[in-house]
Design a protein around this ligand. Structure first.
Ligand code: SF4
Length: 152
């Protein structure tokens, strides 16, 4: 019983020492290497997972990027658009429901719509009952993809 109590105290002391050491190392790193904090550190850790801190315009566009109700009205507009028929593009609804809702998938989303022009996207916007601006969403995923490729 007595030795169990001593082991418990030693374990607590050891845990406290580890926590104190981690706090000390963190404080020293904050003072000596300020650039490794915050968003910069986040991007270092998660860039390989295709995660970057959102730019203000990308942030403000997020609510509209999840407004798709999967009605399918934007699916039929590709018949006269050569770019929309190309391999890899499965329609605006699948674009809105999948790739454009997940930041790690933005590069794939940008690839899906790389051949689509803004004039066609604008015409398709008239079909959307949720009022989604496909041009704005396309701009967000393209810009994010560009930033991701330029960040090293
Ligand atoms: S028309 Fe709008 S709401 Fe309907 S599927 Fe297309 S993006 Fe979604």
């Amino acid at each position: 019983m007595h030795s169990a109590r001593i082991a418990c105290v030693l374990a607590r002391l050891y845990a406290g020492w580890l926590l104190g050491l981690a706090l000390f190392k963190t404080l020293v790193a904050m003072v000596l290497v300020p650039g490794r904090r915050g968003l910069r550190r986040f991007e270092e850790n998660y860039r390989e997972d295709h995660l970057l801190a959102l730019a203000p315009a990308e942030h403000s566009a997020q609510p509209s990027m999840s407004n798709c109700i999967a009605c399918g009205r934007c699916e039929g507009g590709g018949a006269g658009n050569a770019a929309a028929r190309m391999a890899g593009f499965h329609g605006l609804m699948s674009f809105m429901l999948s790739a454009s809702r997940s930041m790690p998938d933005f590069p794939a989303a940008a690839g899906m719509i790389s051949e689509l022009d803004d004039a066609w996207l604008e015409r398709m916007e008239a079909r959307c009952p949720s009022g989604i601006s496909f041009r704005r969403v396309a701009g967000v995923v393209r810009g994010y993809d560009r930033r991701l490729r330029n960040s090293t």
